[in-house]
Ligand binder design. Structure first.
Ligand code: MGD
Ligand code: MGD
Ligand code: MO
Length: 778
């Protein structure tokens, strides 16, 4: 009997990625959101020179001048924003917050766009309309009443434009804190913390042009068919040129096997497709560190052999000598490392390690890309530094067709960081900001996401303001995070749609509805554009073109500026002037942030401009002025090792990942087409032999409990077991349903990123007794 109102259908997906299935999904989403006919034209302006930047992912576009770049998930993101459904004050009048709490996250967002600013009333347990002025006054009163500015935290989700982010950090620093928890803390933070120590800057070193020149592409822990569908177009070309593409992933993601391009009619009509990855290397969850170290060790062995034979060196000795430090210590550590440990910890056979090493050394121009499969682990920083080491061994950084390519998530998450959304800001940046705006910025480092939650629990943070996002759901340890938010005196969300974070609120609470990126942003009779920076450091303008969802919306920029003006007073900066003309914000950015000189003129150029990344030019902004090899030992005493020592084989490692039908916490539907799951999100993927070993069978219902030594029970109930091609000892399930299982303390060392892809868990049979399940009822 199904334990859920949805009946799941599980069937293998046998088609290429994208193709006709994707086109069908586009139509379904436009119809479901009742996107008005006129707005179909919206899609034709997506990522066009005079259009808006897709609010989907951070993958770049070919100079923003290509013909319509088709992407099913981009269309879903746009359709979600262009919906004709509305959550109005009348809607809120009919439902208490307690009523809304019983709705699923899918249903909450499906109510459509928010139309008016709303304030929580404890008397009626409802949200009531409030004027914008009163809302800003309420925020100002709360902020000014704090004993210390560090008692407020200011979250950002990576859709905010550069201009909004810049004003936000200016306001918050003038207010007096660096408490900037940011979605990137949960995402590519290990990249941003790890790379500066090796190559001097926490950004990727490649552009799209490098993809046209690489001969080898290593894709680590990334599912582009779902999360960066426009990347598939690039992969298709790379594959057609005959370059080798290797996918390093515990799952053999279907979307990395074959791709039928909707932009190429012949491929669609003939039902043809292009093969993508030719090689699949499948580490155990979190095994990448040991795997990459093993490949590095093998490269050294191959170099030793070449030296002995007198054949050309395998190492790029000239690069290592001229550009790096630390090689000898790094090499000594590799030589001392035990092969058995590397094989055991990576879960990859010696043969596969050698195969991958041979591919790597045969490549003359190698790009390594990575996503959440590398970053959301305890040792993520070490893993990314090891990858950088490996690439440096053969000089694969800072030359055409080669380099490091972290693939970011939110469409402007990289830009927000560039603008100073950073809880640990560099002193030089603060100096300049203080000089340009004539104030003394706070110097103490602020809280990241996990530290903010802890600080709320400790009553050290009392006001939470969120510029976008869904803090209550995207974060780990859900019950504790909710208790943390509920302990606040004030919670404020600048947002487009209703979500759970608005319902798990402080004593006072505000919902401030804002324009989305697809909408016309008219100020003083002039349509304003905003800028964003993609994953490859291209900065460009974005203009909305739809009529705003409601006449009562303000832009994010206006909301931030008016919040600042109400809190700090009008004389503190030209807040009004910034709202009137966004070009004046760009002038301010040009004064404060490196690489933005002459910003307005350069960004007017079709396609925008490349920000310049020093490591790409082999300029190393490290302490020594050189790129650094960094040795790291394999850690064999992690919480997972300890839990396995206690529970033996029954202990499983769980990854939480995205389905094809979601954008982070926004759930579009119940299907995960490429993985063959339909009508159900409460599934857990497991290896056939593990299912049998645990005494279950495919289709059984199980509960998951995490193993963590702090006496807190963390349980997520009612998941359907699905037999899946996944390594032994590993489980896969969807985010955010499984977030209650992630202990707040389970983070990447040196980055604070929740280790959402390696959670030690045990399974039990779901009992028939009704369970209290307050989270994410489907
Ligand atoms: N449609 C859509 N697009 C999105 C998003 C979305 O939710 N929906 N989210 C956006 C955001 S914010 C982000 S950050 C990106 C995320 O994009 P991705 O980085 O692709 O994120 P995930 O889907 O979480 O996981 C990626 C892959 O990591 C693999 N993996 C898990 N653990 C490991 C491991 O230990 N080692 C290795 N090698 N692989 C592993 C999984 O099997 C999966 O294929 O996408 C962005 N784009
Ligand atoms: N277990 C687990 N947890 C994870 C992850 C994981 O893989 N596993 N991934 C992590 C990652 S990579 C990320 S980036 C975070 C994401 O964390 P967030 O960025 O906080 O979450 P989103 O779901 O992207 O936020 C969606 C909400 O943003 C609002 N929104 C949408 N568009 C706009 C806009 O234009 N302006 C404003 N102001 N608001 C808007 C809408 O109200 C919507 O409900 O989650 C992290 N959490
Ligand atoms: Mo992300």
């Amino acid at each position: 009997m199904s334990k859920n109102k949805y009946d799941a259908r599980i069937e293998p997906y046998t088609h290429p990625a994208a193709g006709w299935g994707a086109l069908k999904q586009v139509a379904v989403n436009l119809i479901r959101e009742r996107v008005p006919g006129g707005n179909y034209r919206t899609l034709l302006k997506q990522n066009q020179p005079d259009g808006f930047d897709c609010p989907g992912c951070a993958w770049p576009d070919r100079a923003h001048t290509s013909t319509f770049e088709f992407c099913e998930n981009g269309v879903k993101a746009v359709a979600a924003e262009s919906t004709s459904k509305r959550a109005t004050p009348e809607f809120f009048a009919q439902r208490t917050v307690a009523d809304l709490m019983r709705e699923s996250d899918y249903t909450l967002e499906a109510y459509g766009r928010l139309t008016d600013p709303m304030v929580y009333s404890a008397a009626s347990d409802t949200y009531l309309p409030i004027s914008w002025d009163d809302a800003f006054a309420m925020i100002a009163t709360h902020l000014r009443a704090l004993d210390d500015p560090n008692e407020a935290a200011f979250y950002t989700s990576g859709r905010a434009s550069n201009e909004a982010a810049f004003l936000y950090q200016l306001f918050v620093r003038m207010f007096g804190t660096n408490n900037f928890p940011d979605c990137s803390n949960m995402c590519h933070e290990p990249t941003s913390r790890g790379l500066p120590k090796t190559v001097g800057i926490g950004k990727g070193t490649v552009t799209l042009d490098d993809f046209t020149q690489c001969d080898t592409l290593l894709i680590f822990g990334q599912n582009p068919a779902t999360n960066h569908p426009r990347m598939l177009g690039e992969l298709r070309e790379v594959s057609r040129r005959g370059a080798t593409i290797v996918s390093i992933n515990p799952l053999r993601e279907r979307g990395l096997e074959r791709f039928a391009s909707p932009s190429h009619p012949a491929e669609m009509l003939t039902m043809g497709s292009t093969p993508i990855s030719s090689v699949f290397i499948r580490p155990t969850l979190g095994g990448d560190f040991a795997l990459i170290k093993a490949v590095a060790k093998r490269v050294l062995e191959l170099d030793d052999a070449a030296l002995e034979r007198g054949t050309p060196r395998v190492l790029d000795v000239a690069f290592i000598d001229a550009h790096t430090t630390g090689f000898d210590a790094f090499a000594a550590d590799l030589r001392a490392e035990d092969w058995t440990v590397l094989v055991d910890e990576s879960g990859v056979s010696r043969e596969d390690i050698e195969r991958l090493s041979t591919i790597y050394v045969n490549g003359e121009r190698v790009i390594a890309t990575w996503g959440m499969g590398l970053t959301q682990h305890r040792h993520a920083v070490a893993t990314i530094q090891m990858l950088s080491n490996l690439m440096m061994m053969r000089g694969n950084i800072g030359r055409p067709g080669a380099g490091l390519c972290p693939v970011r998530g939110h469409s402007n998450v990289q830009g927000d960081r560039t603008m100073g959304i950073e809880e640990k800001p560099a002193a030089a940046f603060l100096d300049r900001l203080g000089r340009v705006f004539a104030f003394e910025p706070p110097r103490a480092h602020g809280y990241d996401v996990v530290e903010t939650i802890q600080a709320m629990l400790d009553r050290k943070v009392k006001v939470f303001i969120g510029l976008g996002g869904n803090f209550a759901i995207a974060t780990p340890d859900t019950p504790r995070t909710w208790a943390a938010l509920e302990s606040c005196a004030l919670t404020v969300h600048v947002t487009t749609k209703l979500n759970r974070s608005h319902l798990v609120h402080g004593r006072d609470a505000l919902i401030l509805p804002t324009l989305g990126r697809t909408e016309i942003d008219m100020q003083n009779g002039v349509a304003q554009g905003v800028t964003v920076e993609d994953s490859m450091s291209m900065v460009h303008l974005s203009y909305g073109m739809n009529k705003p969802a409601s006449p009562n919306l303000l832009s994010e920029i206006a909301i931030v500026a008016l919040m600042a003006q109400a809190t700090l007073g009008p004389g503190t900066a030209d807040w009004r002037g910034y709202i009137d003309d966004y070009a004046t914000i760009r002038d301010a950015i040009a004064q404060v942030i490196d690489g933005f000189e002459d910003f307005n003129a350069r960004v007017a150029h079709p396609g925008g401009f490349h920000l310049g990344v020093a490591s790409r030019e082999r300029v190393w902004k490290t302490a020594s002025g050189k790129a650094a090899f960094i040795a790291h030992a394999v850690d064999r005493d992690t919480p997972i090792h300890r839990a396995r020592a206690r529970h033996g084989q029954r202990l499983m490692t769980l990854m939480t990942t995205r389905s094809h039908d979601q954008y982070n916490t926004t759930i579009y539907g119940q299907d995960d087409r490429y993985r063959g799951v339909f009508g159900q999100r409460r599934v857990v993927f497991a290896h056939r032999d593990d299912i049998a070993m645990l005494g279950f069978k495919d289709g059984d219902w199980v509960d998951l409990t995490s193993v963590w030594d702090d006496g807190i029970e963390r349980r997520a109930a009612r998941f359907r077991l699905v037999e899946y091609d996944i390594p032994r000892g590993c489980l896969g399930a969807y985010y955010p349903e499984t977030n209650p299982l992630i202990p707040l303390e389970s983070i990447a060392i040196g980055a604070g990123t929740p280790s959402s892809k390696s959670i030690p868990v045990l399974l039990d049979a779901t009992s028939d007794a009704p369970v209290e399940q307050p989270y994410f009822p489907d």
